[in-house]
Unconditional design. Structure first.
Length: 255
């Protein structure tokens, strides 16, 4: 065989080493790529499985904490408002029965004591009216009107905070949307070449999540506020009607 086709042991060893090195490098690169894909899949599965973690990543720590605080406050306000608009806080049945029973027995003093000890909406109206009983009917009605306006304002302030959260939540969501879009466009502007979609996904994800959560908070808050406001208005009308009826009985006995 011609000598130019012969391989010396040194050349053979070098060639074998290069082939082995190339094979190991290829195998290591493939293994690393597979490991990264597996880690990415595992991370995606974990984030999809854990809703809180998904919202933490999507909203970002700042907006997550802000919306969490707003949610807790909203729930507390709704519970407190539902308890405040109960009928017993406006027209207690035991108070009405006690006053009518004492007035039927010609005992206005005992009925007045019941009124003074009561802190309901009706009790406040009657207490204000009894304080003006000696000054005539017009003074009684005016005193009851002032007391009614004060109590109405107090209750409307309580449920008004629910509407406040309903108005603020979408604004916070809009702020997060603008901030997320600014982040994404900032990435585009600072990149020397067209950025990958994954580089823009963070800002877009924040924009969508903040809008979504803001609406999730705002819609129930506004609905609950309007329902509670209608209940309050109905209870106030009933308390006003009953207070005028009872005051007429007080005035008849005072003559």
């Amino acid at each position: 065989m011609p000598s130019r086709f012969r391989l010396s042991p040194t050349h053979l060893l070098a060639s074998t080493s290069r082939i082995l090195t190339f094979s190991l490098a290829t195998l290591w690169t493939s293994s690393l790529a597979m490991a990264q894909e597996a880690a990415a899949d595992a991370s995606a599965s974990a984030s999809k499985g854990n809703v809180l973690e998904q919202f933490w990543v999507g909203l970002g720590p700042m907006y997550f904490i802000i919306f969490l605080i707003m949610s807790v406050i909203l729930v507390a306000l709704v519970v407190r408002s539902i308890l405040a608009v109960q009928r017993n806080n406006f027209v207690p049945a035991d108070l009405v029965q006690g006053i009518e029973a004492n007035l039927e027995q010609n005992n206005p003093q005992a009925a007045a004591e019941l009124v003074k000890a009561d802190e309901s909406f009706l009790g406040s109206l009657l207490n204000a009216g009894l304080g003006q009983l000696t000054k005539g009917k017009e003074a009684v009605l005016e005193g009851m009107q002032v007391a009614g306006d004060s109590e109405t304002m107090r209750i409307e302030h309580l449920i008004g905070y629910i509407a406040l959260i309903g108005n603020i939540a979408p604004m916070v969501g809009l702020l997060g949307t603008v901030q997320g879009m600014v982040t994404s466009f900032g990435t585009i502007a600072s990149s020397p070449q067209t950025p990958k979609p994954s580089a823009l996904a963070g800002g877009i994800e924040q924009a969508l999540y903040t809008t979504l959560v803001g609406l999730w908070l705002a819609i129930p808050a506004i609905v609950i506020y309007n329902i509670l406001r209608n209940i309050v208005q109905r209870q106030i009308l009933q308390a006003g009607s009953k207070s005028e009826e009872l005051m007429e009985k007080f005035q008849e006995l005072a003559k």
